[in-house]
Design a protein around this ligand. Structure first.
Ligand SMILES: Cc1cc2nc3c(=O)[nH]c(=O)nc-3n(C[C@H](O)[C@H](O)[C@H](O)COP(=O)(O)O)c2cc1C
Length: 392
């Protein structure tokens, strides 16, 4: 099985130079389209699963009624149509967040709108929520078999004025909520003019209260618990703004936060490579980690945190969990590292837990805050890890 996975990895490393010659968006559609077509062949799902899935009781957890086989998820933006969920479910992810979806179909910004910065393993995008609209997405995804937890990420339609944002989000929620295991409200994309203004405390409160009311009403009609609700925030908030929104999330009893979206801070991008849009990948790592750390301390365990931004290695994943994230996501690293990444991260987390006597993932989540001394001793790249490497 390890050999199969290795084969998949080497195939990607062979394909990557060709793909990287192409326009990034074309390359994305070519590779995901081909894989999705392959995945529809009878029996292929089981073969792909055998190659990419990690099974370990240490990685399993139940959160807000959802069962996660592992903590590694695909971030929003990769599955913008909703069509890739069945494939990603077999590629070793513990969950998938599809979207962003808007109430109205929209083409997004003109191309080119996605750019690679290979030297920094980064991406810059200004896609602008290109999607088929909530009604068409519903028709597509209602036919899909649910395998792993699926979040549906909702944003504001570009043509809806900010004053009508609540009605616009509620319109897509009405069409999609029953197809989701959790709902993610995106108020942090930098590519829809004005969207980030919805992160202002009062505006966000009004929006979230309306969404919670609608989710509760749906739950009442279906005699089910309300769908879990998460909000995705930007890394460019000041620490004071982040603290305020963490407090709001606690006050409204949201299920959690997704930290973070792409950044508008391009200070470490070479001027000749710079272009307008949200930056993702390793350059975002430190701030996204800091946001999780801060939100974890401030919320004192009352929110579930999904850590996203620059996660590329198993050490990054372990560090993000220890900082307080219960779940992880990535997008950019998948483009640079290929389809073996979920498995590599999951195996790395699992081995780390085994080596350090951590029985279940909750023993690792927030360890940095619960037992800082122990964390300093065992953290990857820390003193003890260095000693182990020296003696290996
Ligand atoms: C091409 C691209 C498109 C994205 N589209 C969305 C989106 O539609 N909705 C959203 O919430 N985040 C979107 N994101 C942000 C990612 O979900 C993630 O928050 C961000 O890229 C940081 O993670 P990473 O460094 O692992 O890529 C997008 C990112 C990229 C690179």
């Amino acid at each position: 099985m390890a050999n199969c996975s290795l084969a998949g990895f080497f195939m990607y490393s062979l394909l990557k130079p060709l793909l990287f010659q192409m326009d990034p968006e074309r390359a994305h559609h070519l590779i995901t389209g081909s894989l999705a077509a392959l995945h529809r062949l009878p029996g292929s799902g089981a073969l792909i699963r055998a190659q990419y899935k990690t099974t370990s009781p240490r990685l399993r957890q139940q959160l807000c009624g959802m069962q996660f086989d592992n903590p590694v998820g695909m971030a929003a933006g990769f599955d913008k149509s909703g069509a890739l969920y069945p494939l990603l479910g077999d590629l070793g992810f513990g969950f998938v967040e599809s979207g962003t979806f808007t109430a109205l179909a929209q083409p997004g910004n003109p191309r080119p709108r996605l750019f690679r910065l290979p030297a920094q393993k980064a991406l810059i995008n200004r896609m602008g929520f290109n999607n088929a609209g909530a009604a068409a997405v519903r028709r597509l995804i209602r036919r899909q078999k649910r395998t792993i937890p699926r979040g549906l990420n909702l944003g504001k339609s570009k043509v809806a004025p900010l004053e009508d944002a609540v009605a616009d989000y509620c319109a897509s929620l009405a069409l999609l909520a029953d197809q989701a295991d959790y709902i993610a409200i995106n108020v942090s994309s930098p590519n829809t003019p004005g969207l980030r203004q919805l992160q202002a405390g009062s505006a966000l409160k009004e929006l979230l209260v309306a969404i919670q009311d609608q989710l509760r009403e749906l739950a009442r009609k279906q005699s089910e618990p309300a769908r879990p609700l998460f909000v995705k925030l930007a890394p460019d908030l000041s620490n004071a703004e982040l603290d305020e929104l963490v407090d709001l999330a606690v006050q409204l009893q949201l299920d959690g936060l997704i930290l973070t979206n792409t950044t508008l801070d391009h200070s470490r991008v070479a001027p000749e490579r710079d272009t307008q849009g949200g930056l993702s990948g390793p350059l975002l790592h430190n701030r996204a980690l800091e946001c999780v750390r801060r939100a974890s301390v401030r919320s004192a365990g009352r929110l579930i945190l999904i850590g996203v931004g620059g996660i590329t290695t198993a050490a990054d994943a372990i560090e993000r969990l220890a900082a307080g994230a219960s779940l992880l996501q990535f997008y950019t690293a998948y483009i640079y590292e290929g389809p073996g990444l979920p498995r590599r991260l999951n195996r790395g987390i699992d081995q780390f837990m085994q080596q350090n006597g951590l029985q279940q993932i909750s023993d690792l989540i927030g360890l940095e805050h619960r037992d800082p001394q122990r964390w300093q001793l065992i953290r990857p790249g820390g003193e003890a890890a260095g000693l182990i490497q020296q003696h290996a």
